[in-house]
Structures are given as structure tokens and as C-alpha cells.
Design a binder for this molecule. Structure first.
Ligand SMILES: NC(=O)c1ccc[n+]([C@@H]2O[C@H](COP(=O)([O-])OP(=O)(O)OC[C@H]3O[C@@H](n4cnc5c(N)ncnc54)[C@H](O)[C@@H]3O)[C@@H](O)[C@H]2O)c1
Length: 284
């Protein structure tokens, strides 16, 4: 092994939801390591901002200001990326989201929206990418951004959690189907990560520092619930995405990797005020 094994120079990445949060961070981390990046985001200004940041790093960028819930434009964007850049090595299925509401109150249109955004978009981009990666003859890396909610109960988020669980098993299944083509597929499972979405910014511009302000009460809740004692930073998902895209992970496929400061491991244990680990309801 040497340092060049983490290098992505010459590779091409396609990132959905790349204009903000975890997707933006994946795009910028790839560019930092040498890749050219195509960015999909429904907000054109965000698409443009990430593309400009990729170019600032000396890499080429493509912008696709489209909605991932529309299968044909999304698949066309994958094809256009391969056409313009001549190859496709990395796909990050990141775009996703959720609105909290009891399952019993949801209408079929609400289920459909969640499924289109979180699951169908993944199927669409993945299916468009596989033949291109196979034709390229170099294999590829597909990285699905799932969630801790795909592996545990998530009251108020039932359809989202079902979609993320679906992505988890899609990841394992395709890892087997695609092994003979040298295409690895893995999933990143964040818990609470500071992004525009979780801070309530669904339309405005993003910046690396604007997202970091949190009231002390919220910081204390996070400190007690997450073993690492703080929320995740979007770049921590980007770092793992680079590892999973690189030659540092050539034998890793079908894996579901938490990026959660230990939340999945703690599995219901929380800190009390004096820093002892307890299981509710013995809260003090
Ligand atoms: N942030 C967290 O705490 C957290 C935790 C677990 C899982 N996740 C997952 O990580 C992924 C990214 O989350 P985030 O917090 O970075 O989100 P975010 O809302 O901060 O950013 C998502 C980006 O995707 C874009 N986007 C949203 N809907 C789109 C659509 N239909 N078409 C194209 N672009 C669209 C948005 O404009 C935005 O720029 C999601 O799949 C989410 O489920 C996030």
C-alpha cells in the first residue's frame, strides 16, 4: 500500500443531491482526491455552487439541476456524464429526505413521494450506471447513503425507514450480482449529521460554517445520546465515500457502514447527567 491508493485522479463521480450536505461533501472530497464530478441537485444555485467548488480544486464539474424523482432525466444525466467525461467510476446515491408524520396519517401520495425520492431514484441512477461501468471494463464503486433509520425502528418515519432498509438489502444483493463485473456497492449509514436539511434549510444557499450553530439544550441532548458526544459533520461521510471509492477498499462490497459516532452500537443506552451510561427509563 502507498498513499496513491486513496487517489482518485482521472476518475469520474456522479453524486445525487450533491448541492448540499452529505452529497456536497462527497462531491468535494472526491474532487480533493482528484476526481471529476457530476452534480445533481434540484436547486440550481446549489448545483452551481458545488460545481464551482469542484472547479476551484482543479477538477472538471458537470451540473444537472434536475429532480431525482424523475427517472428519465436522472438516467439521461448519468449517460451524459459518461459521454462528456468519457467514463463513470463512482456513483453516490445520496439524494433523500423525510417529513415526520405518523404512518396512519399518510396519504398514498405521501408514500409515493417518499419512495420516489429515497428508493426509486436510487434504482434509476444505479441501473443507468451499471452498463456504463461494465462497458468501461474498470469496474466501479456505488455508494448508497442510507441511514441508521434503515436498521432500527423509526417512529414517525415509517416509509423513509422502509426505503432505507430496502436500500440496505439492495446494497447486499447488488454486491453479489455485480461482483463478477468488479463493481463494488456499499452503504453509508449516518445518524444525526449537521447538514442544511437537518437545520431546516431546504432552499437557501449552503456554507460550511452556517450549519454549525446549535442551541446549548440541543448540544446537551446530542452529547447524551451519541457516544462520540457530538453530531456528525457532513465531511465525515465524504471521507468514507472516498475510502469506498478508492483502491483502499478493493475487498469491501455489500457492507453497511455506520458513520454515527457510535449510535448504532449504543443501541438505546444514553449518558445521564453525570456521564454514566444508562438505559431509559432510569433517566436522571
Ligand atoms: N443529515 C442527517 O442527519 C442524515 C442522517 C441519516 C441519513 N441521511 C441521509 O443522507 C442523505 C443526505 O441528507 P442531507 O442531510 O445531506 O440532506 P440535505 O437536505 O442537507 O441536502 C440534500 C441535497 O439534496 C437535494 N435534493 C433534495 N431533494 C432532491 C431531489 N428530489 N432531486 C435532486 N436533489 C434533491 C437538496 O436540494 C440538497 O441540496 C439523505 O439520503 C438522507 O436520508 C442524513
Amino acid at each position: 500500500m502507498d498513499a496513491s491508493d486513496i487517489d482518485l485522479t482521472g476518475q469520474v463521480a456522479f453524486v445525487t443531491g450533491g448541492g448540499g450536505g452529505i452529497g456536497r461533501s462527497c462531491a468535494l472530497c472526491f474532487a480533493d482526491m482528484g476526481a471529476d464530478v457530476a452534480i445533481v441537485d434540484v436547486i440550481p444555485d446549489r448545483c452551481a455552487e458545488t460545481a464551482a467548488e469542484v472547479e476551484k480544486r482543479g477538477r472538471r464539474a458537470l451540473q444537472f439541476p434536475i429532480n431525482v424523482m424523475e427517472v428519465e432525466p436522472l438516467q439521461a444525466a448519468v449517460a451524459e456524464t459518461a459521454k462528456q467525461f468519457g467514463r463513470l467510476d463512482i456513483l453516490v446515491n445520496n439524494a433523500g429526505g423525510v417529513t415526520r408524520r405518523a404512518f396512519v396519517d399518510l396519504q398514498p401520495k405521501n408514500w409515493a413521494r417518499h419512495i420516489d425520492l429515497n428508493l426509486i431514484s436510487n434504482l434509476a441512477a444505479t441501473q443507468a450506471s451499471i452498463p456504463i461501468m461494465i462497458a468501461g471494463g474498470r469496474g466501479g464503486a456505488i455508494i448508497n447513503v442510507t441511514s441508521i433509520e434503515g436498521s432500527r425502528a423509526a417512529p414517525g418515519y415509517a416509509v423513509y425507514a422502509a426505503c432505507k432498509a430496502g436500500i440496505n438489502n439492495l446494497t447486499r444483493t447488488l454486491a453479489v450480482e455485480l461482483a463478477e463485473h468488479g463493481i463494488r456497492i456499499n452503504a453509508i449509514a449516518p445518524d444525526y449529521t449537521i447538514t442544511p436539511g437537518v437545520t431546516g434549510n431546504f432552499t437557501g444557499p449552503v456554507s460550511d460554517t452556517a450549519n454549525l450553530k446549535m442551541p446549548p439544550e440541543q448540544l446537551e441532548i446530542i452529547r447524551r445520546r451519541i457516544p462520540w458526544g457530538r453530531a456528525g459533520i457532513d465531511e465525515e461521510c465524504g471521507q468514507l465515500a472516498v475510502f469506498l471509492a478508492s483502491r483502499m477498499s478493493t475487498y469491501i462490497t455489500g457492507a453497511l457502514i455506520p458513520v454515527d459516532g457510535g449510535s448504532w452500537a449504543s443501541s438505546g443506552w444514553i449518558r445521564d447527567k453525570t456521564n454514566n451510561w444508562i438505559l431509559p427509563p432510569e433517566v436522571n
